[in-house]
Ligand binder design. Sequence first.
Ligand SMILES: [Zn+2]
Length: 538
Amino acid sequence: MSGVTYDLVLHGDIYDGTGAPPFAGYVGVTGEVITYVGKEKITGKKEVTAPAISPGFIDIHTHSDLSIALDGRCESKLFQGVTTDVSGNCAFGPVPINRERMAEHTAHLQGMDFTGGGYKESDISWSDLNGYRAILESRGIAQNSAPLVGHGNLRIAAMGLKEGGAKGADLAKMEELLERELAQGAFGMSTGLTYVPSRYADIDELVALGKVLKKHNRVYTSHARDFDILGNDDFFGVVNEALEVGRRSGVRVQYSHASINHPDRWGMASKWTDLFADAVKKGVNACFDVYPYDASSSALTQYLPAWVQADGVDAMAQRLSDPENFARAEQDLARGWGAMQIPWQWNRVMLSATEGLLDTKAGQRIDEAARERKMTPEHLVLQLCRLGGNRVMVVLFYRTEEDMRTFIRSPHSMICSDGSAIAFKQSKALPHPRSYGAAVRALGFIGREKRDLPLETIIYKMSGKVATHMGIHDRGVIQVGKAADLVAFDPATVKDQATFTKPGQAPVGIDYVIVNGQIAVAGGVQREVRAGKVLSAL
Ligand SMILES: [Zn+2]
């Protein structure tokens, strides 16, 4: 290759994203594409030397669909070396949008706003993936986006907030809309079976939609229910529904954000991973993702009794304005959360976005906030949900580090954030630190400090493995012909800095981040470059 000058050359230990051990070598980039990988020295117009070079990380489970549309800088992700966010998870997608049901769509999507600012109808100006892609790319985005169709969007677009499994004309409409978005390049469809309206789906509806996905070779991702509709062993029952969709439709399955929340079951993750491995062995094409933290984050409304949440946030608010309903809701809520009625420990629940309702502040624990206001925690929670709908967000410290690390060590897992591409500076919320640190925490904490897995395996779970399972054909590994999404970092120092009380902090040890051949971050500074694309599964 002598005589050829590349636009960009990176030199260091190359982790190619396939899980193979690293080798000392060079990566040459011409335009947007990798054009050389090897041990022979090459020269470039710009040269970067770093201890380690890897593919840009692909975050398989994010909620960046609207946040990236509103702020294309993508700071929280870009500084970690995350060059592609798979968005549209947990049933909350960018598409489809039925312009005649904007109020329902807008209220629904609040559930994935981690900034506390809320989304307005005018923030959502498209109706399909082509429209979304055109708007994002014309505004300029700093990272790539690989969108899924949200099952909640599909239901709202086709049938509003109607309850029950979709049948007949409603189901046909959903299938038609799903076909349309897949034809425009969507990577698959996500369900969020604890959320309204995705939770109204029955297994037949999910299998029918799974068959559409299978026909187009796309993926089905599922945030599981908190109860078992199939009547299996209750430990693994909610996972079985996702696997059953895979079995009956043949679709590839991605089980979202594996966790064990019930205190009675803490420490049992290896039983879970054994059952998952067994299902894979028996023929289901399934993987799962996990984020490297022992706390979760969500809209507070989703922890309310199902009857309180029914028919969306407006109906919930109206229901709770009736004193009799409110009293009954208080009693039911006190029994625990979710269908498993996990006992509340209110000191384990932190408000992370409150809009200042009832003078609460992000960072307060519910027990303490309730005490100050001389009300029960249940009363405070219901008032906040009534007044703020899906805009009130909480962090739940209901998991163990041991379980999380067991999930990460499974050969069937990938590492995600379950966070969003958002700005460091947030005035209205304390977003979960996963948005700012998940990928880097996997490298530094799980890889270097805990030595749970070799670095090449951790990188594989955030690049090549994700690309293969999600059908992201043109990137995810360092190979000639692939898109030049690359990260240069130092495995000895790489470390996340984001905490629950001070999340908006850049990690250390990430030297260069390259998106589609352009240097987007160098030496801790983001450039004005907006080289990201809305990718296509076609
Ligand atoms: Zn989820």
